[in-house]
Design a protein around this ligand. Structure first.
Ligand SMILES: [Zn+2]
Length: 363
């Protein structure tokens, strides 16, 4: 059902867009503004060539940008949606390999200190991965399933989705304002209310509200580094397993701020010894502490990129899909680092790998 609607909805929208473009360019700009009929002219509608040319030019450019962005979004949705591979159907959590997670200094874990498990995909879930009901697959940094845009919004498609709704907001606003203005003028001068004009104005209005709302909510969530799923689960706690070594020397370079008298010590659920060389400390975050909020600007850059061109042009993939940082799947919030530092401070000889200087240098 979901997948069918993700084909039907875009087709429906494409139809609405085509109809609105026809009314805007042909009925409004050409027939009404560029060369109004002698009958129209006798009732006060005179040719306004510069206005007509300006409307057609800007609309065409905006339409082209929107279509390119949309095609790029659909292309990534179809070819690289960020799905996790399926495990063997017989595979159980206890036997499955955790090798993928061993490279990381810290990862989201369950109450045993294991990575989160999906029993539908029979595989572990990297941080922020969610099982998508529509696709019946686990999706990396899943935001939501969007039949309107044509499929899954995830770590690979989020940037192009935001660009799509951004350019959608611009073109619908640019359509709505002249449509409404000249519709009012036409009613005043000619006393006629063509159904096509009313329909095009209404469509532009509806989609303007829709894309505008989507753009502002998505952009806001991005600035605080929440996915739509995470906003729904807001207030919950996260268990984070951190690789630790019981060394001999105490870390001198702790980054924590000193604990204020009434501040709670960090919640540590347990310490897990995996094998002779690997042990983990299992922390639990406080409710409402978001583990991936690394600051407004870095939050935005992790999806949008590092230059104005990357923000505007739907070409380059988001930096956050790299996963080449051994500290974790995504950057950790300062609160997470503070929690670890505070624990380490109270445990002389304990070294949390996430806090080691060599890791921090390339942050
Ligand atoms: Zn799954």
């Amino acid at each position: 059902m979901g997948q069918l609607s993700s084909v039907l909805m875009p087709l429906l929208q494409l139809g609405a867009l085509g109809f609105t473009a026809y009314v805007f360019i042909y009925s409004l700009a050409i027939e009404y503004l560029l060369r109004p009929s002698p009958d129209f002219q006798s009732r006060g509608v005179f040719p306004r060539k510069p206005t007509a040319v300006a409307l057609i030019t800007v609309f065409s450019i905006l339409l082209l940008i929107l279509m390119v962005t949309w095609m790029r979004l659909l292309q990534v949705i179809w070819t690289n949606p960020g799905l996790m591979p399926l495990g063997k159907p017989s595979s159980e959590k206890q036997e499955a390999s955790q090798k993928y997670f061993e490279k990381y200094d810290a990862f989201i874990a369950d109450y045993d200190g294991d990575p989160l498990w999906c029993n539908k995909c029979h595989n572990f879930k990297p941080d922020r991965t969610h099982h998508c009901r529509e696709l019946n697959r686990c999706v990396r940094r899943m935001d939501h399933y969007c039949p309107w845009a044509g499929g899954i919004i995830s770590e690979t498609t989020h940037k192009f989705f935001i660009q799509f709704v951004f350019y959608g907001t611009i073109i619908t606003t640019f359509t709505l304002v002249p449509m409404a203005y000249f519709l009012a003028e036409r009613i005043r001068l000619l006393g006629s209310k063509p159904a096509t004009w009313i329909a095009a104005t209404a469509l532009a209005g509806i989609f303007c509200i829709f894309t505008g709302t989507m753009f502002f909510t998505t952009f806001w969530n991005l600035s605080i580094n929440y996915t739509t799923i995470e906003t729904v689960q807001r207030g919950g706690v996260h268990n984070i397993a951190m690789l630790a070594t019981a060394g001999t020397s105490r870390s001198k370079n702790s980054s924590r701020a000193s604990r204020s008298p009434n501040q709670q010590p960090p919640t540590v659920l347990k310490e897990v010894q995996r094998d002779a060389s690997r042990s983990y400390v299992l922390f639990q975050t406080q409710p409402f502490d978001h583990p991936w909020d690394i600051g407004t600007w870095p939050n935005l850059q992790s999806i949008m990129g590092y230059s104005i061109w990357q923000w505007l042009v739907p070409l380059k993939m988001s930096p956050c899909i790299q996963h080449d940082d051994i500290r974790g799947e995504f950057g950790w919030a300062q609160k997470v680092l503070d929690m670890a530092a505070e624990y380490q401070e109270d445990r002389p000889g304990m070294q949390i790998h996430l806090l080691s200087d060599s890791r921090r240098r390339n942050r």
